[in-house]
Design a binder for this molecule. Structure first.
Ligand code: TYM
Length: 328
């Protein structure tokens, strides 16, 4: 049986990019595999949240995970900070991670641009903490969106470097995973290439239908095609990329043909897209509202997940300490 792991930062709410890029793939896998899913609250410290926000966000993300379909009876669902063993592995990996490769990481360069006043060491070593998350459970597959591909590549580098350094064959090479297809990147509604929490261009799973419709109707478009089979502009391609994920294949084909024949009306495209996003999000939103009331259930899920995840993490740490030469 393969081990599958994925995670999400605890800041902000789940958006449809998270859902279609990563979460949905994971949900499909939870029954047949040994699955771990976690909420990355240590990672969120890079932005210095206050204690209430830290606690509140983790809880909110847990509710959204469960509402989206993660089943704690099928997978191990836990909070990263409930498994402090991950920090010991983070330390070991940091000793063999080099400044040059960490500085070259795209997500680090983006953050330096976004928050020049707070370029802390946690941001620089974000990929080693992420590698520790994955390697602590010795995961085979990691369902993530396309934006995480480079982090996965770095995880493989750190795993192989550890194996070489200690002449062992201990860590496996984890692979990014999306059911035999290319990794997905859901674009923003503002014409940008990525939908994200920090970008302010997202549709959240907890958005009410009216909010979703408004956001979609406001999405950027262009003047419309003037020749048959014209290449789509970025804005229009973005709408089609989202449609590919949320709508039926016939719907996609219908609008694609209309575009190619220059008969498309963007208003119709957006209306259809909005309805299909609403159909996908509405059942999740209802479950979010229901689950938010059930504090006891949330505590039980967290406690059970912490115990299972820790037991497995302890095994890895014991092995790794032994390999490095520490006393157990
Ligand atoms: P985060 O919280 O930014 O995103 C969580 C997951 O959602 C995917 N995602 C997207 N996929 C497609 N299109 C988008 N627009 C989009 N936006 C986000 C991400 O690829 C990700 O799979 N570093 C991670 C959290 C993390 C992690 C890990 C993930 C920490 N340790 C170990 C996997 C394994 C992050 O910031 O994801």
């Amino acid at each position: 049986m393969e081990t599958v792991l994925s995670g999400i930062r605890s800041t902000g709410n789940l958006h449809i990019g998270n859902y279609f890029g990563a979460l949905r793939n994971f949900i499909r896998m939870q029954r047949e595999n040994n699955c771990y899913f976690f909420i990355a609250d240590y990672h969120s410290l890079t932005t210095h949240p206050n204690p209430e926000d830290l606690k509140g966000s983790a809880r909110q993300i847990l509710v959204e995970y469960l509402a989206a379909g993660l089943d704690p009876d099928q997978c191990t669902l836990y909070l990263q900070s409930d498994v402090p063993e991950v920090l010991e592995l983070y330390l070991f990996l940091n000793m063999n991670a080099y400044l040059g490769e960490l500085e070259r990481c795209t997500s680090f360069k983006d953050k330096v641009r976004q928050q020049p006043e707070n370029v802390n060491a946690g941001l620089l070593t974000y990929p080693t903490l992420m590698a520790a998350d994955i390697l602590i459970h010795r995961a085979d597959k990691v369902p993530v969106g396309k934006d995480q591909e480079q982090h996965l590549e770095m995880t493989r580098t750190f795993a192989n470097r550890f194996n070489r350094m200690y002449k062992v064959d201990y860590f496996k090479e984890p692979q990014a995973y999306n059911f035999g297809e290319n990794l997905v990147k859901i674009p923003g509604l503002d014409g940008s290439l990525k939908m994200g929490k920090s970008e302010g261009n997202a549709i959240y799973l907890r958005d009410e239908p009216a909010v979703i419709r408004k956001k979609v109707m406001r999405a950027k478009t262009d003047q419309g095609p003037t020749q048959e089979n014209q290449e789509k502009s970025q804005e229009i391609q973005n709408l089609f990329t989202i449609m590919k994920q949320v709508s039926a294949p016939e719907t996609y084909a219908y609008f694609d043909e209309a575009y190619n024949k220059c008969t498309i009306r963007y208003g119709d495209l957006k209306k259809q897209l909005a309805e299909d996003i609403v159909s996908c999000c509405e059942p999740i939103r209802e479950r979010i509202l229901e689950l938010s009331q059930n504090e006891k259930r949330l505590d039980e899920v967290m406690d059970a997940g912490a115990e299972k995840a820790r037991a497995n993490a302890r095994k890895t740490i014991r092995d790794v300490r032994e390999i490095i030469g520490f006393r157990n």
